[in-house]
Design a protein. Structure first.
Length: 596
């Protein structure tokens, strides 16, 4: 190779090509390759981001559509039942002489007989242009010489089914209701309207249980009158609301008869909302389930932000590598001016650098493959061999059957016991990792109630172990209920375990006010331990008792300590052999509100 380079160097023209054109081509190729890789990487990432956004929105639409469908089915059933009851009462009135002949008290009694026991129907009524009779739940009947103002449009303009605006509830003036009525014809051919008053607040209470966090459920008429919305707008308690001029109403008008989806600003909140709308065509109503678009895309924004950070890091790495390569090529250009003298050194340097790069790339590729393989299959592959071992041990026990000696039985039992312990260790490690990385919720948590639930679970799990439990009431924090349950479950589970061999077992959960804030404590009168051995108690797999004495893998207290640290707190322990143990911990970041 040296002779070849020297022959090339012997020609002035060729040496000029090597000194100038070849390095320039290499530099351009390096830059072009880096640009192509970055463009391809960013193009794929952009496509994936937009695909993820579309999938997130589609999933939210599906969820909202399911909620709207549930409202559709329920509201249609309520409307059918209430109008059916009113129609039945109207037929009974017609059979007793009709509205012109029947006494008002008799007509009211027939209406009251059809008034269901549910809270949705607040009143039933039957009316003609000259008479109005109503039966109100838990109240006296109402008789008028003419229909009231809130139902008068049914007489004047409406054909078929009438849906009125919200009015004051006749039972409780602080609540709201809306009228529905249907046109019927009596035996004389005269027009009779039969209808009901539906309680808005009763429907609100039901739909509050169906609504998703941060979302809204609503019912509107085709005229744009808002009949109910969960959560209820502030103005809905004092005035009637019409959304006919809103973008969401204009968008809903363009949907098919069955309904569909609309993205528009909310008349009652900021930002763009996604609406799933279902029409009740026969009743001139529409139900909708909605949620703010930015709330739907919150997790997508978080994923996109993380991906962008990774891509920026990769891009910086590529640019740095390109700059380094260009710098190397510039040095090569300078070295080519004295190619004859430096050829051997340059060849050796290039070969060494190439080998280093290849080895580094191979190591990097191998490391990446190992990380990907571990991440993809850790949770499955760690358990699969254990399941196979346990299964084979069971099959071995079945195959040997009665011919199995005590030694073989002990060995098979040991295999299965170790499999169970290994599985518990894996579960513990996964739980420990999950505690560190899961997103924290911030909710009001009743520590006292949570502790009582944990104790009840322990009583059912260990019915023979009798423990006297004293839990201080009204211990409240603002924290993640999942982590608080895990914390109490591990501490109370330990107390339960280490009091299993003593009579008159006792466990206490309480708190005290200290200088630095509120200190929670979990105390038991169990086995206890020597404090000289407690230096590493809160590290994974550290145990102060043998498994034969008290079972376990030693991961619970590590989980407890990690949860406490996530809330900026500290945990300490005091114990004495055969006298019991007390764990004390603080949760500064949980905004403790304590006894209320």
């Amino acid at each position: 190779m040296t002779d070849n380079w020297q022959r090339v160097a012997g020609s002035t023209h060729q040496r000029g090509f090597i000194d100038g054109a070849l390095p320039m081509l290499v530099k351009r190729a390096v830059v072009a390759q880096a640009v192509l890789i970055l463009v391809a990487l960013w193009s794929y990432a952009s496509w994936r981001v937009y695909s993820d956004k579309a999938e997130t929105l589609e999933s939210a639409r599906h969820e909202l559509s399911a909620l709207a469908a549930g409202m559709y089915v329920h509201l249609q059933a309520v409307l059918n039942d209430s109008l059916g009851a009113a129609r039945t009462a109207a037929q009974a009135i017609d059979a007793n002489g009709g509205m012109t002949e029947i006494p008002s008290t008799t007509a009211a009694q027939l209406l009251a007989r059809e008034l269901s026991s549910g809270e949705y129907v607040r009143a039933l009524f039957v009316m003609t242009p000259n008479k109005f009779v109503a039966a109100v739940r838990n109240r006296d009947t109402q008789t008028l010489d003419a229909p009231p103002g809130w139902i008068q449009p049914a007489i004047e303009d409406t054909r078929g089914v009438f849906i009125g605006r919200t009015i004051e509830d006749p039972i409780e003036s602080a609540q709201r209701a809306f009228p529905i009525a249907i046109r019927t014809v009596d035996s004389t051919g005269a027009t009779v309207w039969a209808g009901a008053l539906l309680g808005v607040d009763a429907l609100d209470q039901l739909y509050e249980t169906m609504a998703i966090r941060g979302g809204a459920l609503s019912v509107t008429s085709t005229a744009g009158d808002l009949l109910l919305r969960v959560p209820t707008p502030t103005l809905a308690h004092t005035k009637q609301i019409n959304v006919r001029d809103s973008d969401v109403y204009r968008g809903s008008v363009q949907l098919s008869e069955e309904g569909g989806f609309v993205e528009a600003p909310s008349p009652f909140a900021t930002g763009t909302w996604v609406y799933a709308i279902r029409r009740l065509g026969g009743y001139r109503l529409a139900v909708s389930a909605s949620r703010e678009k930015e709330a739907i895309l919150y997790q997508w924004h978080e994923r996109t932000r993380g991906l962008t950070i990774v891509l920026v890091g990769i891009s910086i790495l590529f640019i740095a590598m390109t700059v380094l390569l260009r710098h190397f090529i510039n040095r090569l250009e300078k070295a080519n001016t004295n190619l004859g003298q430096l050829n051997a050194e340059l060849e050796s340097r290039v070969a060494a650098r190439t080998n280093e790069l290849q080895e580094a790339n191979q190591r990097l590729a191998l490391t990446n493959e190992e990380l990907e393989a571990f991440t993809a299959s850790a949770s499955h592959d760690l358990r699969s061999p254990l399941g196979t071992i346990a299964g084979q041990a069971g099959l071995l026990r079945d195959d040997i059957g009665r011919g199995m000696t005590d030694v073989i039985t002990q060995r098979i039992d040991r295999i299965q016991s170790n499999v169970t312990r290994s599985s518990e260790i894996i579960d513990g490690l996964l739980s420990l990792a999950r505690v560190s990385r899961q997103e924290l919720l911030n909710e009001r948590v009743d520590i006292s109630a949570l502790a009582r639930n944990v104790v009840e679970d322990l009583r059912q799990q260990y019915p023979r172990h009798k423990v006297e439990c004293m839990i201080e009431p009204n211990l409240m924090v603002n924290a993640d209920p999942r982590l608080m349950k895990s914390l109490l479950g591990n501490l109370l589970g330990n107390a339960w375990k280490y009091t299993s061999r003593i009579p008159n077992a006792r466990v206490e959960v309480s708190c005290t006010q200290a200088t630095g804030g509120i200190v929670f404590s979990v105390r038991d009168n169990g086995a206890g331990f020597d404090m000289s051995r407690a230096q590493r108690l809160f590290e994974p797999f550290q145990r102060l008792h043998s498994p034969s004495e008290f079972p376990g893998v030693g991961i619970g207290l590590a989980i407890v300590a990690r949860i406490v640290r996530r809330y900026g707190g500290k945990i300490t322990v005091d114990s004495e052999p055969s006298r019991g143990t007390i764990f004390r911990f603080t949760l500064p970041a949980a905004a403790v509100t304590n006894k209320e």
